[in-house]
Design a protein around this ligand. Structure first.
Ligand code: PMP
Length: 393
């Protein structure tokens, strides 16, 4: 049976060109970039090229820094804690949103225990941040505003440029978690006025366990890992060179392929959404219909549960998700779906398909043909289904 993978926000296959670029750094170019011999020189070259490629993907300026980390979670932890530690004399207020990833929310909660005040901004029914609330909540005490570029669970893209203008008018720093958006849409840290940007490798067909933080020149940020002084003294520890080289190659490929691939995926996404909404009654789109990531198809179906649909899809060879992989372990409905105003039972009926390079129109048509029957069967068994719907789709 053919397996169709449509869960790309939880993990992506590593591009074969990326694997090829990484291999020499395991067993041939294995020198430590901090050493003083020619093996080290080769390693240093690999590190430099990867940094340039990642900088290029987000149009980072020469004065800004790209520092490699172990992934988006670490970059988010560092950005928020690093600003808090270094700027606490100026103020102890942080603003974020109610739809951030847990690697932002939990750091903010930790800082609250340490005496910081955190404001969680509301979003509208599409997941767009309330800019009026941002303006009202910013004070002289606000040292950081952290807003994601786009939400991977509902696909909504945030108005980062407008947010940046508001934040900088009040002399605060802006951190943006670009994990879900990177490689999907073009990001320009200079044009958009971003001080700190979280970038992950496994969202651009690179290896897992590696990421980066862009730091604009002049941003007062405490180092995150102390030790031998690698990564310009900001993130010590011998560099994960194969991973970093892989991320660099993935960034280079994303830069060249993104425009064409995003156009292809957006078309596929819209076909997928329209066909599902047309063929299944009481189905609704989660997130914004237009300001939306090209790969994101998030739909909710009344009266049934996402998990039951997932298991049925898996049996038929389709891998999807009921929400973010991180909350899938708990029975609690996702905080993102609750923040856009969905009731418990509506949030529970959500399915998330995230498309990728290898998905085709044929794959989409297969799922569109399959899902109505699954929904019909589950609704027939659900006590929540109204009588007139039990026998139809
Ligand atoms: N931020 C966002 C928006 C995410 O969707 C994720 C999960 N893919 C993360 C951060 C954390 O990523 P990782 O688990 O790769 O550190």
């Amino acid at each position: 049976m053919k397996m169709i993978f449509m869960d790309h926000t939880s993990g992506m296959p590593v591009d074969s060109n990326v694997v090829e670029a990484m291999i020499p750094y395991f067993n041939t170019l294995y020198g430590n970039p901090s050493s003083l011999h020619s093996f080290a020189l080769e390693a240093k070259k690999g590190l430099k090229k990867a940094r340039e490629n990642v900088a290029n993907l987000v149009n980072a300026d020469k004065n800004g820094k790209i520092i490699f980390t172990s992934g988006a979670t670490e970059s988010n932890n560092w950005a928020i804690r690093g600003i808090a530690v270094r700027n606490k004399e100026r103020g102890k207020h942080i603003i974020t949103t109610s739809i951030e990833h847990m690697s932002v929310i939990n750091v903010c909660k930790y800082l609250m225990q340490q005496g910081f005040k955190v404001t969680f901004l509301p979003v509208d029914k599409y997941g767009i941040v309330d800019l009026g609330a941002l303006e009202r909540k910013l004070t002289e005490e606000t040292i950081l505003v952290s807003v994601m570029y786009a939400n991977g669970e509902i696909g909504t893209i945030e108005p980062i440029h407008e947010i940046s203008k508001i934040v900088h008018a009040r002399n605060s720093y802006l951190h943006v978690d670009a994990t879900a958006a990177i490689g999907q849409i073009s990001i320009d840290v200079q044009k958009e006025g971003i001080d700190l940007l979280t970038i992950s490798s496994n969202d651009i067909y690179g290896p897992k366990g590696v990421g980066a933080l862009y730091i604009r020149k002049g941003t007062r940020l405490a180092p995150f890992v102390l030790g031998g002084g690698q990564e310009q003294g900001l993130r010590s520890g011998t560099e994960n060179l194969p991973g970093i080289v892989g991320m660099g190659k993935a960034a280079e490929l994303a830069k060249t392929e993104m425009k064409t691939e995003s156009k292809r995926l957006s078309k596929l996404r819209d076909q997928f959404i329209n066909k599902l909404l047309q063929s299944i009654r009481y189905s609704f789109l989660n997130g914004h219909p237009k300001k939306r990531l090209p790969n994101n198809v998030a739909i909710r179906f009344n009266f049934i549960e996402g998990e039951s649909m997932l298991l049925n899809l898996n049996i038929a060879g389709v891998a999807a998700s009921s929400g973010s992989a991180c909350t899938a372990k708990t029975l609690e409905p996702s905080h993102v779906l609750r923040a856009i105003g969905l009731k418990h039972e509506e949030a529970h009926g959500s399915l998330l398909f995230t498309l990728g390079k290898q998905n085709t129109e044929e794959d989409v048509n297969y799922v569109v043909k399959l899902l109505p029957d699954i929904v019909k069967r589950l609704r027939a068994m659900s006590p929540l289904t109204p009588r007139e719907l039990r026998e139809s789709v």
